[in-house]
Structure formats: C-alpha cells, structure tokens
Design a protein around this ligand. Structure first.
Ligand code: NDP
Length: 255
C-alpha cells in the first residue's frame, strides 16, 4: 500500500537526537527516504540501521552545518544518492541560557551559527531542488519546515539570544513562504513548547539546576519528541492546496 510520502526524499537536520531523530523515524514510516544530518556519526548510523530494520530507507550525512561548505555538501550528497529532494526539516539547534551581562559571548556565536546561519545555508542549498520537486508529478508540492520555539513568540530573562535566534527564524520563514508558496514550495514554522530532549543538557550546571526547579513547578509534563514528529508529519502530508504556515505545539501542562 502506498504511504503519503512514498517516493519522496527528506532531509532532517539535527537528527542524531531528540526531535530530529523522532522526525526521521516518522517520515520514514510515511514512506520518505530520509537523509539524517548531524555531527555525531555513530548516532546517525544507529538511526539509519533502526529505520532500515523497519523497512525504510535512510542515509547518514555527517556534517557541521554551521560550515557553509559542509551544509552545501550535505545537500549535494543527498541529491547524489537519491536524485531529488522534496522535504527539508531545519531542526538542528542549540539553547544556551544566561543574562546578557554575564553570558559568554562565544555561546551567543554558537547559537547564531546553528539556529540561524545553518538554517540559511541548508535552505539556500536545498531550495532549487525543492522548486524542481514541486513541479514534477509525484506530489506537485515540496516542503520546508523550520523548527522555531515558543521562544520565537515569547521572551524571558536569560533567553535573550536564544529568543533572538528563534524570533529571527519566524520572520525569515514567513518572508520565504511568501516568495515561494505560489510555486508550491510550502514553508512553515513549528514552535514547540518544552520537549524532553538533550537541549537543556548543553548548559552549565547552574542553568540546568534553575531550569529543573522551574520546570518541576511550571511544566510537570513535557512533550515527547514523537509528539513534535507527529506535528511535522501532519504539516508535510496535507493536500497540496493546504499549507500550514505556523503551528504552535505546547505541552498541556505548560501555561
Ligand atoms: P537536541 O539537543 O536533542 O538536538 C539538537 C540537534 O541539533 C542534535 O541532533 C545535534 O546533533 C544537532 N546539531 C547541533 N549543532 C549542529 C551542527 N553544528 N551541525 C549539525 N547538527 C547540529 O535538542 P532538540 O531535539 O530539543 O532540538 C531540536 C530543535 O527543537 C532545536 O532547534 C531547538 O531549538 C528546538 N526546540 C526544542 C525545544 C525543547 O524543549 N527541547 C522546544 C522548542 C524548540 P550533533 O550534536 O550530533 O551535531
């Protein structure tokens, strides 16, 4: 039986853990061949094995996509292997918290590099292929989903630069949507609330302790990565006349 994404090719960035990993599994279940992109090759290889054991098709692409050349090579590797590209999920990201006064400026640079620049490099390299896919008879549509955050809608102390990167993703997404939607490349932004992943783990111990205490009180039950994967799958499996431009996906327990 044909699945909604049979014959399509998807790239998921940041697929070595969390939301990206779950999304790659879900899109493969829907029939897409999935290229999984990140730096931790061992994790990608394990994910490819998992997808293929379940009958899917996947390709591990080791890349630091904050490097423009590596981002472009990642897209080129996917075209080499599969010959087309239908879906780009810009998911790779980093959240490092601290006050504007005290946070290490290197942490700002690292967030801007992955949350903004890598997303731009991947989009730029992928867009010509997505425009081509949108013209052929398979689905007559292609997709870019940018993973922003509730932090792309709401700002809080200590989230300043992370907020900045995610507000930027929202603005860029809507501008690009208006540029290409009438060519049937759908461009949407997905803004998750708190999801149980490794995202917080990259912070220093003080920030981690503060977040754990705050979350225990304010977000007793986080979303699971599979919940976001399901939302992404929903966005990319709509009829071609239907474009989900924005989806804000929250844990029920997060006010
Ligand atoms: P994880 O830390 O589990 O995943 C982040 C992914 O990004 C990893 O696969 C990591 O892979 C990849 N990545 C980081 N830097 C690079 C790089 N330079 N090149 C390639 N890949 C990179 O966190 P999440 O799954 O939670 O995060 C996914 C997205 O969801 C992010 O954009 C995040 O901002 C967003 N988000 C998450 C929320 C949450 O509560 N968890 C809430 C709202 C939004 P590797 O280290 O192997 O390179």
């Amino acid at each position: 039986m044909s699945s909604p994404l049979t014959g399509t090719v998807a790239i998921v960035t940041g697929a070595s853990s969390g939301i990206g990993e779950a999304t790659a599994v879900r899109l493969a279940e829907h029939g897409a061949s999935v290229a999984v992109v990140a730096r931790r090759k061992d994790r990608l290889d394990a994910l490819v094995a998992e997808i293929e054991a379940a009958g899917g098709t996947a390709l591990a692409v080791e890349a630091d996509i904050t490097d423009r050349n590596q981002a472009e090579q990642a897209v080129a590797a996917v075209i080499d292997r599969f010959g087309r590209l239908d879906i780009l999920i810009n998911n790779a990201g980093l959240m490092l918290l601290g006050t504007v006064l005290d946070q290490d400026v290197d942490e700002w640079e690292r967030m801007i590099a992955v949350n903004q620049k890598a997303l731009l490099y991947m989009t730029n390299a992928a867009l010509p292929h997505l425009l081509t896919a949108a013209e052929d008879d398979l689905r007559k549509v292609a997709d870019i989903i940018n993973i922003s955050s509730i932090a792309g809608r709401q700002a809080w102390p200590k989230f300043g630069v992370y907020n900045m990167t995610k507000f930027a993703v929202n603005g860029f997404t809507e501008a690009l949507r208006q540029e290409v939607t009438q060519k049937h490349v759908r461009v949407g932004v997905l803004e998750p609330g708190a999801v149980a992943t490794e995202l917080v783990s990259h912070n220093n111990q003080t920030v981690k302790d503060e977040l754990a205490a705050s979350d225990a009180k304010n977000i007793p039950e986080r979303l699971q990565p599979e919940d976001i994967a399901e939302s992404i799958a929903y966005m990319v499996t709509r009829h071609r006349r239907s474009s989900i431009a924005e989806l804000w996906a929250m844990p029920t327990s997060q006010a």
